[in-house]
Design a protein around this ligand. Structure first.
Ligand SMILES: Nc1ncnc2c1ncn2[C@@H]1O[C@H](COP(=O)(O)OP(=O)(O)OP(=O)(O)O)[C@@H](O)[C@H]1O
Ligand SMILES: [Mg+2]
Length: 270
């Protein structure tokens, strides 16, 4: 059985002895009768990029959704185990799910901006959550989010005149990242964020993720082994609902402990 505490000793130098932002222990999830996660345990460290990899249907998205309690709305989903965030059980009685979710930004595979201006898309999260008051402050907030998403220069003259849906695919994805940043999250959850954009746009988003990880924790699902290797500090390999191993990226790519991980990375499964 995979020992989550063992990996704490494998940390990259800069993060040695840091307290995890999130600790997942013995997590099981069933959709009705079907068990999609089996005894999954792992830690997420502050400001790391953790890549979740594994064959289609192995539970990556399911695991990601557990972290921000997105399964609260999934019919028939049942969860056991424990997820601690900053020392607090996220499924405990004292937790208000909407307030918990504010700590996360979610970026989906397919860019999904609203039909509405670039400004409106970016301001949305801050506006509905009352994070920013007044036009001047909101203008500055929108500019800041778009700058962080490396989109500002491309959209600064069309903030109010173009809809988010009028942008190119890569621009739309960066707009969705700006929208995710609008609520000032600590943790970004990205489910194949470059899965539907072209290679140049992908390179742009990868650079952006590396930049964001300077002050955010990023958990990203990817089907690209090259991407995982380029950007992730650590990699977690899921297989048929189990987390088979998690470790520093180079260790997973050069010396994975399980044959399933080795075969997947070599492109022989998945
Ligand atoms: N809402 C749901 N209801 C029932 N079963 C589900 C639901 N969502 C996912 N599943 C099932 O749970 C398993 C894990 O799905 P999940 O979406 O987490 O896989 P994944 O690793 O993200 O796959 P992919 O790489 O294709 O996105 C699959 O067998 C899937 O069919
Ligand atoms: Mg998925």
């Amino acid at each position: 059985m995979f020992d989550p505490d063992h990996t704490l000793r494998d940390t990259k130098q800069t993060e040695t002895n840091t307290i995890p932002v999130i600790s997942v222990r013995h997590l099981n999830l069933w959709y009705g009768d079907k068990q999609a996660l089996k005894d999954v345990s792992f830690d997420v460290r502050p400001r790391e990029i953790l890549a979740l990899i594994g064959p289609s249907g192995c539970g990556k998205t399911t695991a990601l959704k557990c972290l921000n309690r997105m399964h609260d709305d999934t019919r028939g989903a049942r969860i056991t185990g424990q997820i601690m965030m900053d020392g607090v059980d996220i499924n405990g009685r004292g937790i208000d799910p909407p307030i918990h979710r504010r700590r996360f930004g979610w970026v989906a595979q397919k860019p999904n901006p609203f039909v509405g201006s670039v400004y409106g898309n970016t301001a949305y999260g801050a506006r509905i959550r009352g994070i920013v008051q007044g036009k001047t402050a909101m203008d500055a907030h929108v500019e800041n989010c778009l700058r962080r998403a490396e989109l500002w220069n491309e959209v600064k003259d069309i903030l109010h005149t173009k809809s988010g849906t009028d942008l190119s695919g890569g621009q739309q994805q960066r707009l969705c990242i700006a929208r995710a940043l609008s609520t000032e999250p600590d943790v970004l959850l990205m489910d194949e964020p470059t899965g539907s954009i072209d290679p140049i746009a992908t390179a742009h988003v990868e650079d952006l993720m590396l930049d964001l990880a300077r002050d955010h924790t990023v958990i990203v699902i990817t089907h690209s082994m090259m991407q995982a290797r380029r950007i992730a500090d650590r990699v977690a390999y899921f297989h048929l609902g189990e987390l088979l191993e998690v470790g520093p990226t180079e260790q997973i790519f050069k010396a994975a402990k399980t044959s399933q991980t080795q075969q997947f990375i070599a492109g022989r499964t998945g």
